[in-house]
Design a binder for this molecule. Structure first.
Ligand SMILES: NC(=O)CC(=O)C(=O)O
Length: 274
């Protein structure tokens, strides 16, 4: 399976970002992508004002455009995250569409990026976004694929749940920053890949020093052995990862940690069922 991570630049005008997304989706399909992934908040700058202004319900203009782009290009699409308005709240939502443009998955970012690093990054995501509470795995003809978003990568428990639901690859719209990016991004992506012996594919927004958020870019594909397959720099670009589900089976049979869990002593269990 070929999965394209499209590292786009995020402009102020969300319509412009949608048109750009349509272009990169078509380009990825010309390069034979089976699935295209877009960055976290690819339609608006990653700040409270822009997120509130671009928020729209499921089925709204951005949803429609992405569903049509998936159908037109006959490709699976994980439409980054889009601010979804529902019940008086805003969620950071990753809709997944199949090759006919039907929604086959909906994931609302579950862990809020509320941090305050001395001399570095401050962010209070929960002041604008409400956390979701459902785990998401989408079915494709290649196998089941988990979806998570950015800060979620810091929570191994979620990845264990995704593995328990059968995922051998997890795709992650993301947008790390210039404080935590150089320090943690690669390490976290490799750690999650290795501890579940699965592919972890992070699609980040391109860095933009003039923007309101110090994005780090560096979209990355990591294989089930924990090796980096490819990593982009800070600028816009596309990373095409060849994902072979049999490789996850191979690593899992050679080092069978998932069968060696001491569930008599500890267990990660899901309390809500999506
Ligand atoms: N943007 C995020 O959600 C997370 C992030 O930048 C970090 O964990 O660091």
């Amino acid at each position: 399976m070929k999965i394209a991570l499209c590292q786009t630049t995020v402009h102020k005008d969300w319509h412009k970002n949608l048109r750009n997304a349509e272009r990169v989706i078509a380009d990825a399909v010309k390069s034979k992508a089976d699935m295209v992934v877009l960055p976290e908040m690819f339609i608006c700058p990653y700040n409270k004002k822009a997120i509130s202004a671009a928020a729209q319900p499921e089925g709204g203009e951005a949803w429609q455009a992405m569903s049509e782009a998936a159908a037109k290009n006959h490709v699976y699409l994980v439409a980054g995250s889009i601010p979804e308005s529902a019940d008086g709240h805003i969620y950071s939502t990753a809709y997944t569409f199949d090759r006919e443009g039907r929604q086959i998955g909906k994931y609302r970012k579950m862990h809020m990026f509320d941090i305050d690093v001395e001399g570095g990054q401050y962010y209070s995501e929960s002041s604008v976004i409400t956390a979701g509470d459902e785990v998401c795995v989408v079915e494709t003809e290649f196998g089941p694929i988990g979806v998570a978003i950015c800060y979620d990568v810091r929570f191994p428990e979620l990845f264990r749940l995704l593995a328990k639901r059968g995922a051998k690859a997890v795709v992650m719209p993301a947008s790390f920053n210039r404080t935590t990016g150089p320090a943690h991004w690669e390490l976290l992506m490799r750690a999650r890949a290795l501890d579940q012996e699965m592919y972890v594919l992070g699609c980040a927004a391109a860095g933009d020093l003039a923007g309101s958020y110090n994005g780090w870019g560096h979209s990355i594909a990591v294989d089930p052995w924990g090796s980096i397959m490819e990593e982009l720099g800070e600028g816009p670009g596309m990373l095409m990862a060849a994902v072979d589900f049999a490789k996850a089976d191979e690593v899992r049979s050679q080092i069978p940690v998932l069968q060696q869990l001491r569930t008599d002593i500890y267990e990660v269990c899901e309390k809500t069922v999506g």
